[in-house]
Design a protein around this ligand. Structure first.
Ligand code: ADP
Ligand code: MG
Length: 729
C-alpha cells in the first residue's frame, strides 16, 4: 500500500492559486467599508450626538446614557443595512486571541412577533458568563461576574453577520481581566506624563499619543500537510522533524518572488483587512522558507493592538480558503528562523512628533533629547520587566535560545545619537549651554542628519533599536498580544517622565533657570541609563558577561522572568501610574505560570504519543523488514557469507534498536517528570519544574527521532517532513 504521506504531498504540490476577484478598482473605494468610523457616524447619528461622541473619543468626555441610546440606534441602522443580524462585545481575555459571544438583535414585540432591538445599554455594557476565562483567582467561580464595557476609542466593525464592539473586560470589583483595560490606563499615564513634560517647551501641547506600527511575521503551510502533523495541530509547532537539506542557507527566500498561491492569499487577506479599516501597507517573503510578513501603517496604539488581534484571526480564516494553515507560533520549525512581531513605538503630540529631531530650534533639539533619554531611562530601569512582558512558552524558543533577538534587553541608538548623548554628558556645561542675551539659548548639540546612516545591519539584532523617529521593540512574539509589551513600555516611560519632571521642578523651585535645570537632569540621566545602551553583537558570550556586570537582567528561564512583575519596583511603577494594582499583578502572574505549564504539558503529551504511536512502530517495522532480509540472505548464502553481506543492514537494525530503546526510556522519564511536577501546588513552582525538568526531556527524545527519520525508509515514514512542509509551490 502506498504511503498516505506521498499522496498528501503530491496533492499539496499540485494545488493552484485561488482566483481572487474584487469588484473594486482601488483600496480607497473599500477601505473601512465595514467600520463604523467618523464618516458613518456623521451619516447615521444626529448632529449633536455626533459632536458629543467625538468629544468622548477625542477628549475622554463622560459618556451619558442618552448618547449611548442614540449611538446604538445609528449603529443598528448601519449594521442592518449591511445584512447584520447579531452583535457581540469583542474583548481580549488573558488567553491568546479574542473572545466574543453573539446575540441576535431580536426581541419579542409583545404582539406575538419579533422586532430588531439594540439599545445603548447593550452597547455600553454586557455581562458575559465569564467564569471560564483565566482570572488568576480574582473571580472565584461563585462570583463569576465579569463585565465587558464599550471602548469608544476603537471603532465598532462588522465581521460576517455580526456587529463587533471592542470592549474592556473587568471583574465585578473593577480589576482588569484583559489586556485592553490596563493598556488604556497605560496610554492615559503616558499621555499625562508626556504632556506635562512637553509644557516645558510648548504650552500649546494638549495631549500625547503613543503610536504602534507592528510587523507581523508568520508561516504558511499547506493544510493537508498540516493535518497530517498532529504536533502542529495540537501545539502549533513541530515537535520533531529533521532539518531539510536545503532551508534558508541560500538566503533566497527573503524578499524573493512571492509564490503564486501565497500571493493570492495575501491579496485576499489585504482586501478583507482593508475593508475592516486595517491599513495594510507592506508584504514580503521573510528569511525562512514558508515565512512571510505583513505590516500596516502605524496607528494609535490602542487601535493598532485591536487591529493586530483582528488581523491574526482574519489570517487564519482567509488561509483556510486558500488551502493553507497560518502558523503564528514563534518557532514552528527548528533550525530556521522563528517569527516575531516588531513593535514600532513612538509618541506624537497634537503639534508634532516627539522622537524625531526636526532640529528647527534649540528647544526642539532639547525636547527630542529629553524624550529619547527618558524612554531609555524607563527601558533601563525596567529592562527585566520589559523582557517578562514578551516572554511566553512559545517565544521562549527565540528569547531563550541563540536566536534574534537575545534575552537581554538593550538599546541600539546608532552612532550619531550615541555620540550626541556622550557629548551632552561630557561637554563642559557652560560650553554646551549658553544664554546669550536676547538671542535666546544656544545648545551645543550637533546636528543629526535626518537619515540615520549608521542604522545598518548590526542593529537588526538589537531588541530595542532607535530607527530615526521611533523605537523598534523586536522581542515581541509573533503570536502575542502586543498590548502586553505596550502596557509595560508606556508605563515605564510615563514613570520616567514623571520622575524627570519632579526633579526638574525641584531645581526650578531652587531658583535654577528652566533650561539649565532640564540639561542638568538630562546629564544625570544619560549617565544613569548608560548600561542599557549597547551597539555590539548581542549573541556573543562577552556580551552576556558584560551585561551581567552592567546589572542588566540576564535571566533566560521563562517562568522565572515572570517574577519581575512582582518586584517592588514594578509594583510601585504600576500602582503610581495607576495602571495595575498589586492584586491584579499577582492574579495575572498566576495566569502566566498556569498557561506556561499547560503549554509544556500539552507538548509533552503529544511528544509521548507521537513517539510511541508513530515513530517507534514505524522504525520497528522497518527494522523487521531489514531483519527479514538478513534471514533470507542466510538462507541463500549461508550464515557467514550472509552476515558479511548484510553488514549495513545489521548496523541499521542495531541503531534502530538503540534509538527506539532510548526513545522509550525518554518517554518514560518524561511521564515521570510530569507526574512529579503535577503534584506541585504552587503555580510558579510548577511552571519552574516544567521548564527545568519536563521541557529538556523533549529535546533528548526529539534528537533520537530526528536521527531515525534519516535512516528509516522514506516509504514507511508517516509524518510529512520539513522539506515537504517548508516549500510552497
Ligand atoms: P522595517 O522592516 O524596515 O523596520 P517596515 O516598513 O516593515 O520597516 O515597518 C515599519 C513599521 O513601522 C510600519 O508599521 C510603519 O508604519 C511603522 N512606523 C513608521 N514610522 C513610525 C512612527 N513614527 N511610529 C510608529 N511606527 C512607525
Ligand atoms: Mg522593522
Amino acid at each position: 500500500m502506498a504511503n498516505l504521506r506521498f499522496e498528501v504531498v503530491a496533492e499539496a504540490f499540485k494545488k493552484r492559486p485561488v482566483d481572487v476577484r474584487t469588484p473594486y478598482e482601488r483600496p480607497s473605494e473599500y477601505f473601512a467599508k465595514y467600520v463604523f468610523n467618523r464618516q458613518k457616524m456623521y451619516k447615521y447619528l444626529p448632529a449633536d450626538i455626533y459632536e458629543k461622541l467625538v468629544d468622548v473619543m477625542e477628549n475622554g468626555a463622560h459618556l451619558d446614557r442618552g448618547i449611548a441610546d442614540a449611538v446604538a440606534d445609528g449603529m443598528k441602522q448601519w449594521a442592518m443595512e449591511n445584512g447584520v443580524t447579531h452583535y457581540t462585545h469583542w474583548f481580549q481575555p488573558l488567553t491568546e486571541g479574542t473572545a466574543e459571544k453573539h446575540d441576535a438583535f431580536v426581541e419579542h414585540d409583545g404582539k406575538g412577533g419579533m422586532i430588531e432591538e439594540f439599545s445603548g445599554k447593550l452597547l455600553v455594557q454586557q455581562e458575559p458568563d465569564a467564569s471560564s476565562f483565566p482570572s488568576g483567582g480574582i473571580r472565584n467561580t461563585f462570583e463569576a461576574r465579569g463585565y465587558s464595557a464599550w471602548d469608544p476609542t476603537s471603532p465598532v466593525f462588522i465581521m460576517d453577520d455580526t456587529l463587533c464592539i471592542p470592549t474592556i473586560f473587568i471583574s465585578y470589583t473593577g480589576e482588569a481581566l484583559d489586556y485592553k483595560a490596563p493598556l488604556l490606563r497605560s496610554l492615559h499615564a503616558v499621555n499625562v506624563a508626556a504632556t506635562n513634560v512637553c509644557h516645558y517647551f510648548d504650552q500649546n501641547v494638549k495631549s500625547v499619543h503613543a503610536n504602534l506600527g507592528w510587523e507581523q511575521e508568520y508561516f504558511l503551510v499547506d493544510e493537508d500537510l498540516y493535518f497530517a502533523r498532529p504536533d502542529l495541530m495540537l501545539t502549533g509547532r513541530t515537535l520533531m522533524g529533521h532539518d531539510s537539506a536545503k532551508n534558508q542557507q541560500m538566503d533566497d527566500h527573503f524578499f524573493g518572488t512571492i509564490p503564486e498561491r501565497v500571493q493570492a492569499f495575501m491579496k485576499d487577506l489585504e482586501i478583507q483587512a482593508l475593508e475592516l479599516g486595517i491599513p495594510c501597507k507592506t508584504r514580503h517573503n521573510e528569511v525562512a522558507p514558508g515565512q512571510f510578513e505583513l505590516a500596516p501603517i502605524f496607528e494609535d496604539c490602542n487601535l493598532a493592538v485591536d487591529h493586530n488581534m483582528l488581523l491574526m484571526s482574519l489570517m487564519k480564516k482567509v488561509a483556510r480558503k486558500h488551502g493553507f494553515q497560518v502558523l503564528l507560533h514563534e518557532k514552528p520549525f527548528a533550525g530556521i528562523n522563528g517569527s516575531g512581531k516588531h513593535n514600532n513605538w513612538s509618541l506624537t503630540t497634537n503639534t508634532g512628533v516627539l522622537l524625531h529631531k526636526s532640529g528647527k530650534t534649540p528647544e526642539d533639539n532639547l525636547r527630542f533629547v529629553v524624550f529619547i533619554v527618558e524612554t531609555l531611562m524607563g527601558v533601563y530601569k525596567h529592562n527585566g520587566l520589559l523582557k517578562a512582558s514578551v516572554m511566553s512558552a512559545t517565544n521562549d524558543h527565540r528569547l531563550g535560545a541563540n536566536e534574534a533577538p537575545p534575552a537581554i534587553i538593550s538599546s541600539f541608538l546608532g552612532r550619531q545619537l550615541s555620540d550626541l548623548l556622550d557629548h551632552i554628558e561630557k561637554a563642559d556645561k557652560d560650553e554646551l549651554f549658553k544664554i546669550e542675551g536676547k538671542k535666546g539659548m544656544q545648545l551645543g548639540i550637533p546636528e543629526i542628519p535626518e537619515l540615520m546612516i549608521d542604522n545598518n545591519d548590526r542593529n537588526r539584532t538589537s531588541p530595542f533599536a532607535f530607527t530615526g523617529n521611533r523605537f523598534e521593540f523586536r522581542a515581541v512574539g509573533s503570536e502575542a498580544n502586543s498590548a502586553s509589551a505596550m502596557i509595560v513600555l508606556n508605563t515605564a516611560v510615563a514613570e520616567a517622565l514623571t520622575n524627570f519632571k519632579v526633579r526638574v521642578d525641584a531645581l526650578i523651585a531652587k531658583g535654577e533657570d528652566k533650561t539649565s535645570a532640564i540639561v542638568d537632569i538630562i546629564r544625570e540621566d544619560i549617565k544613569t541609563c548608560k548600561p542599557i545602551r549597547f551597539d555590539g553583537n548581542g549573541y556573543s558570550d562577552e556580551w552576556k558577561e558584560e551585561a551581567a556586570r552592567r546589572g542588566l537582567d540576564c535571566e533566560a528561564s521563562c517562568p522565572v522572568c515572570f517574577d519581575r512583575y512582582l518586584d517592588a519596583d514594578s509594583i510601585k511603577m504600576f500602582e503610581s501610574e495607576n495602571v495595575m494594582q498589586k492584586n491584579e499583578l499577582e492574579a495575572r502572574n498566576e495566569v502566566k505560570w498556569e498557561t506556561y505549564t499547560k503549554k509544556i504539558q500539552i507538548e509533552a503529551r503529544v511528544m509521548g504519543d507521537l513517539a510511541m504511536n508513530h515513530i517507534v512502530p514505524v522504525a520497528t517495522h522497518y527494522q523487521s523488514q531489514l531483519a527479514k532480509n538478513v534471514g533470507s540472505m542466510i538462507e541463500i548464502f549461508g550464515r557467514e557469507k550472509a552476515l558479511e553481506l548484510s553488514d549495513r543492514n545489521i548496523k541499521i537494525i542495531t541503531e534502530i534498536a538503540e534509538r527506539t530503546d532510548s526513545i522509550e526510556k525518554g518517554v518514560e522519564e518524561l511521564v515521570n517528570a510530569r507526574k512529579v511536577a503535577n503534584k506541585i501546588e504552587d503555580a510558579r513552582e510548577k511552571a519552574v519544574a516544567y521548564h527545568d525538568t519536563v521541557a529538556p526531556k523533549m529535546e533528548t527524545i526529539r534528537c533520537q527521532i530526528d536521527k531515525l527519520e534519516l535512516i528509516v525508509s522514506d516509504e514507511l515514514w508517516t509524518l510529512p517532513k520539513y522539506r515537504e512542509m517548508l516549500f510552497i509551490r
